[in-house]
Design a protein around this ligand. Sequence first.
Ligand SMILES: Nc1ncnc2c1ncn2[C@@H]1O[C@H](COP(=O)(O)OP(=O)(O)O)[C@@H](O)[C@H]1O
Ligand SMILES: [Mg+2]
Length: 295
Amino acid sequence: MRDQAEKLRSLAKSVKKTSQVYPNKLTKFTRVITVTSGKGGVGKTNFTVNLGLALTRLNKKVIVLDADLGLANVDVILGIMPQTNLGEVIKGKRELVEVITEGPGGLKIIAGGSGVQELANLENWQIERFISSLSQLDGNVDIILIDTGAGLTKNVLSFVLAADEIVVVTTPEPTAFTDAYAIIKVIAAKNERAKINLVVNRAQNILEGEQTAKKLVTVSKHFLKFELNNLGVIIDDQNVSSAVKKQKPFLLFYPNTIASRCINEIALTLTGLENQNKPSQGVQGFFSKIVKLLR
Ligand SMILES: Nc1ncnc2c1ncn2[C@@H]1O[C@H](COP(=O)(O)OP(=O)(O)O)[C@@H](O)[C@H]1O
Ligand SMILES: [Mg+2]
């Protein structure tokens, strides 16, 4: 952990130096992707964590940010115990690199803690300090995956509207489907250019998953004039629940199970969208937007 922090610190220093010499030539922005759903319990956290692992295997540097304030359980699924959280960076008590926990499979995790709620009540100088600390990530991290809660609270909506890309997870069940449509409707009304990707989880087979996705794509196009991107289907797989009970991510514990194969495919599709969905704001831009949205 200490070694890791040292490495990140020196990386951050070297990036700072480069951007001082070439102030307009920041190498590359981090892609910020927020995962959400209308209904709870559809598999967001499992999807986020295992997608993070699959992307790490594709040589992407990924951080998973657990921003589900009520039911934060990225750590439970990974069987880790982060000792710190983003709130401590926001309060100026810790450096950003110090709250990054090393998870299995090279995945990095940041626990949100109560940090996000605190963002709404900070003085301007505190916000500036926090935003400037985030410069350590841009250029060093390829993708930040954010796991949120379900439903449209102000916090969740802020993470959704500030992100470069959004993933809405649903299952084929009519309740989940209807709630997914409701959340898509709100996002589309607030930002007609939002990039919403759809994932149908727990499908009995590919056909059922594809049919669910097609229905949502069609109703969104027809009633909202909004184009959804169908990112992929994940099959219902009892090894998912079995891995959760063992507190091991299924992608590592059951690498060849059907759910792992589906996640690997989605990870490939997502990296394929890299050129099409170039991030334009970076992590600093993302959090600046969040602060505005929360106020
Ligand atoms: N593809 C799947 N196949 C079988 N069970 C799944 C699958 N995805 C999720 N689950 C089950 O759903 C439960 C809830 O998943 P979780 O990721 O915690 O949902 P959320 O974060 O949306 O509340 C998991 O503990 C697991 O038992
Ligand atoms: Mg969850």
